[in-house]
Design a protein around this ligand. Structure first.
Ligand SMILES: Cc1cc2nc3c(=O)[nH]c(=O)nc-3n(C[C@H](O)[C@H](O)[C@H](O)COP(=O)(O)OP(=O)(O)OC[C@H]3O[C@@H](n4cnc5c(N)ncnc54)[C@H](O)[C@@H]3O)c2cc1C
Ligand code: SF4
Length: 468
């Protein structure tokens, strides 16, 4: 531990964002990094506890007190070495991770937790050495196909290449990155960071084939016969729909249609044939999670007339409740940088219908009612009906599992009751030599879990190849 009194002397200071009236006019990263002296002081707050629960809170098991100590002592290269020993992409998690580590920081029991995520981002921003391609491992002579290039597929592929296997990464989109590329907006994660990481992975020996939909454009069994192992990192991409009257009206879209279009615009792609644009529109986002928040930020940047976000669940408390004690993930109200940019949020609201304009073709209003859960059942509150102006309705109510027609059906994989791919602890599916990682097997989750899964399954594949 660098400074044994750090946590007594230095108050927690979170890094902030650029001013709202500046950042809503562009798609550059909102976050601003702490200057070096501030991040050093923040790292010094780490108490180097006997039992650091932050390890447990971080799905990657990041070795947090050790990298905090290196940062406090100004040894950034050592901090990066420690950080990269458990995390392939800290430049990503240092920006988009909700930081469950901080929720389980022991300092958080009596005081405000260490700003672990900020420290991680600073280390990642100063880790040039870790961005250089690593020397090639001795070739194993084994070939692995990784299907899907989100964080799970990327982490798995990098680990397998570094273990000496010949890895081909197949991606059906035109660019690599999965939801990091076409879901999460640039104002949270600039895509140049992905391109830089991909360049390193290719230099290390990874082969990438984009525009290949395995199970459709490439036969899944054929792929299986050509590779010693196949890893499916195909995500959980079937969006939850809203079965109400008016769902078919123009102006009602899944969040991912909307977000993907804007991410492509920022990347300089040609405009879509049916562009979705929030300019001067009353936008209603249905769903209170990360995806909904990203729609809010995007709609404000496009110049929406108003943005409202509706959530079916009740408003969470502002502070931890007694039945949600440390070190559990705090179930409290979260306000993102996008919410700060302008958004009306309402809770316990159930959409009953989407109503058309005079043409009968386009959505103009959303009809809703207040509702509460009683005994596990949703009950409408009397006299609570309301209509909201709604020229653009974005459905951000989560995802129900990986897509069924295609590779899952072609390989005949066993699925669980929720439609996710069944795997063992090492990632094996019901089909020998086929593994699965990330949201496609875990269910809709977080980037940090996808990276952790990718690493765990790469170890499983490596062990399996050694004995098969
Ligand atoms: C809008 C949005 C915002 C989010 N924001 C955050 C956030 O701020 N922080 C956070 O931690 N998490 C966030 N998440 C969740 C996070 O992005 C996911 O948990 C994570 O990306 C899952 O990684 P994955 O690799 O399993 O799948 P994905 O990222 O979904 O990647 C799967 C890839 O597989 C490809 N694929 C699928 N089928 C095939 C096939 N047959 N052949 C070839 N390729 C195929 C897909 O095209 C895709 O590129 C967000 C999710 C969304 C939708
Ligand atoms: S990856 Fe997420 S949980 Fe792990 S140390 Fe970084 S911010 Fe914390």
């Amino acid at each position: 531990m660098g400074n044994p009194r750090g946590f007594l002397e230095v108050p927690r200071k979170k890094s902030g964002d650029r001013p709202v009236d500046e950042r809503v006019h562009d798609y550059r990263e909102t976050g601003v990094e702490h200057p070096p002296d501030v991040i050093t002081a923040q790292a010094s707050r780490c108490m180097d506890c006997g039992i650091p629960f932050c390890h447990e809170g971080c799905p990657l098991g990041n070795v947090i007190p050790e990298f905090n100590d290196h940062v406090y002592r100004g040894r950034m290269a050592d901090a990066a070495r420690v950080l990269y020993s458990t995390n392939n992409f800290p430049e990503v998690t240092g920006r988009v991770c909700p930081a469950p580590c901080e929720a389980s920081c022991v300092l958080g029991l009596e005081d405000a937790p260490v700003t672990i995520k900020d420290v991680e981002r600073t280390i990642a921003n100063q880790s040039d050495e870790q961005l250089r391609p690593r020397a090639a491992a001795r070739p194993s002579g084994r070939r692995v196909a990784v299907v899907g290039s989100g964080p799970a597929g990327l982490a798995c592929a990098q680990q397998l290449v570094r273990a000496g296997h010949a890895v081909v990464l197949f991606e059906r989109d035109d660019r690599v990155g999965g939801l990091l590329r076409y879901g999460i907006p640039d104002f949270k994660l600039e895509k140049s960071l992905l391109d830089r990481r991909l360049a390193q992975m290719i230099a290390e020996g990874l082969e990438v084939q984009t525009g290949v939909d395995v199970g459709t454009t490439v036969d899944a069994e054929d792929l299986r016969s050509r590779y010693d192992a196949v890893v499916l990192a195909i995500g959980s991409r079937v969006p939850r729909d809203l079965p109400v009257p008016g769902r078919e009206l123009a102006g009602v879209h899944f969040a991912m249609e909307y977000l993907t279009q804007q991410n492509r615009r920022v990347a300089g792609d040609a405009e879509a044939s049916a562009p979705i644009d929030a300019r001067d529109k009353h936008v209603v986002v249905i769903g209170g999670g990360d995806t909904g928040s990203d729609c809010v930020g995007t709609a404000n940047r496009q110049g929406a007339a108003s943005v409202t976000q509706l959530e079916l669940m009740p408003k969470p408390p502002l502070v931890r409740m007694p039945d949600n004690p440390w070190p559990e993930w705090p179930l409290v109200l979260r306000t993102s940088s996008s919410h700060e940019e302008g958004c009306e949020r309402d809770f316990s609201v159930m959409t009953r219908a989407l109503l058309p304009d005079a043409s009968g073709q386009r959505v103009a209003k959303l009809s809703a009612v207040r509702a509460r859960f009683t005994g596990g059942k949703l009950e409408e509150l009397p006299d609570s009906a309301m209509d909201l102006p709604a020229d653009l309705v974005l459905l951000a109510m989560g995802f129900v599992g990986p897509e069924r027609p295609g590779i899952i059906d072609a390989l005949g994989l066993e699925l669980d009751a929720r439609g996710n791919i069944v795997t063992t602890a090492t990632g094996s599916t019901s089909v020998p030599g086929v593994f699965a990682a990330g949201d496609g097997s875990r269910g809709q989750s977080l980037v940090v879990w996808a990276i952790a899964d990718g690493r765990r399954v790469a170890a499983g594949v490596d062990a399996w190849l050694a004995y098969s």
